[in-house]
Ligand binder design. Structure first.
Ligand code: ZN
Length: 372
């Protein structure tokens, strides 16, 4: 064999090794996260139970039902609409693994956008997984992308035209579940996922629904509860009660002309009263530095700290950072107070969810303590 043949063999082998490692990394994100539901789980199902066309696709996702057997309100809670907003997914997981429903029903979907959990956002350098120290040992979860995997809906249009409003957004938003409501049965992959959630809300006669999110610290809507106009009284009452325990949430009413979002479209197309909650997450911010698992878990970033000290941006970045436990605790406490406010407004049809960890317990003991 001549020398250039050796070089070719060496280069080919290096190429095969690199692509082998990369493929293993890509495929690791298709491995489902293991969840361990509480003993109160009544049944588990799939999103495709509402739209069979989703069965076997990457849009299908697990649905957990907790039915008290006592008549009352039905609550739906979604985490993982945006899979890179880990506090939403983990707060939903804490409910799945702890909740006991004494009155009414609770339905939880921890990974609403299943497709987005199979990929990370390009050019962001984010980790694919993060590990939380749980009761029985380490638990590893996926850190996904904001939108669905481009391999599952390709190509992005230049302009995404929302159905049915005709509102125009950038093409990549066609893979954003929270721009895809109310969706359509024969629409794009993500429109089918959005449509399935609306069918679920209608079929299960959901009374009150939550969609848990996070946003960059510099974004105006952090630490907010956003609701449809029909939820404004309940939202105001919840925000006031949270204020009494020194927790600041701002109440935002969903803009009527901004289409595709859960808090707008669920409210417009069904009887449900929807709430979207946001926490502040430095890994999503444009000012962040090193982007790693530690940033997901501890939420400490030196650049946000400087920005906060200088007062140059409107952020709530405290000296201890914004750890996952704090962000999950805020979601759980917001959920608790909104449900209580709903019950006060609808004494004829209430829901009681027990075993939701208290805010201070989650902050002090760490969220891993509430993962089985
Ligand atoms: Zn979000």
């Amino acid at each position: 064999m001549q020398r250039h043949h050796y070089s070719a063999v060496v280069l080919l082998s290096v190429g095969l090794i690199v692509s082998g490692i990369a493929s293993a990394d890509f495929l690791s994100m298709y491995k489902a996260d293991a969840l361990h539901p509480s003993a109160s789980l009544t049944k588990s199902g799939m999103l495709s139970d509402y739209v069979p066309a989703l069965k076997g696709t990457n849009g299908d996702t697990r649905v957990y039902y907790y039915e008290s057997g006592n008549p009352g309100a039905t609550i739906l809670l979604l985490g993982g609409t945006h899979p890179n907003e880990s506090a939403g997914f983990i707060a939903a997981t804490v409910l799945v693994e702890n909740a006991h429903v004494a009155k009414g029903r609770l339905i939880v979907v921890p990974q609403a956008c299943a497709s987005g959990f199979t990929v990370t956002d390009p050019l962001e350098g984010c980790p694919t997984h993060f590990t939380v120290a749980a009761q029985s040992g380490p638990r590893t979860f996926r850190f996904g992308a904001r939108g669905g995997n481009p391999l599952h809906q390709w190509p992005d249009p230049l302009v995404y035209r929302h159905f049915p409003s005709g509102q125009q957004l950038s093409g990549m938003e066609s893979r954003n579940l929270n721009r895809s409501y109310p969706g359509r049965e024969n629409g794009s992959f993500m429109e089918k996922v959005g449509y399935a959630f609306v069918q679920m809300i209608k079929k299960e006669k959901v009374d009150i629904a939550f969609d848990l999110h996070e946003a960059a610290p510099e974004v105006m809507i952090i630490n907010a509860i956003i609701t449809h106009e029909k939820g404004s009284d309940i939202g105001a009452s919840a925000v006031l009660n949270l204020e009494f325990e020194d927790l600041k949430y701002s109440l935002e009413i969903s803009p009527k002309n901004f289409h595709g979002l859960s808090h707008r479209e669920w409210g417009d197309s069904t009887d449900v009263v929807p709430f979207l909650m946001e926490t502040s997450n430095p890994i999503q911010g444009r000012m962040r530095g090193i982007t790693n698992e530690k940033l997901i878990l501890e939420g400490q970033d030196p650049f946000y700290r400087i920005a906060a000290q200088l007062g140059t941006v409107r952020i709530t970045y405290e000296l201890d950072g914004e750890p996952l436990s704090l962000r999950v605790a805020r979601h759980l406490q917001g959920f608790r107070r909104v449900v209580e406010a709903y019950n006060e407004a609808h004494p004829e049809k209430t829901a009681i969810v027990e075993n939701v960890p208290e805010y201070l317990s989650v902050v002090k003991q760490g969220v891993g303590n509430f993962l089985r």
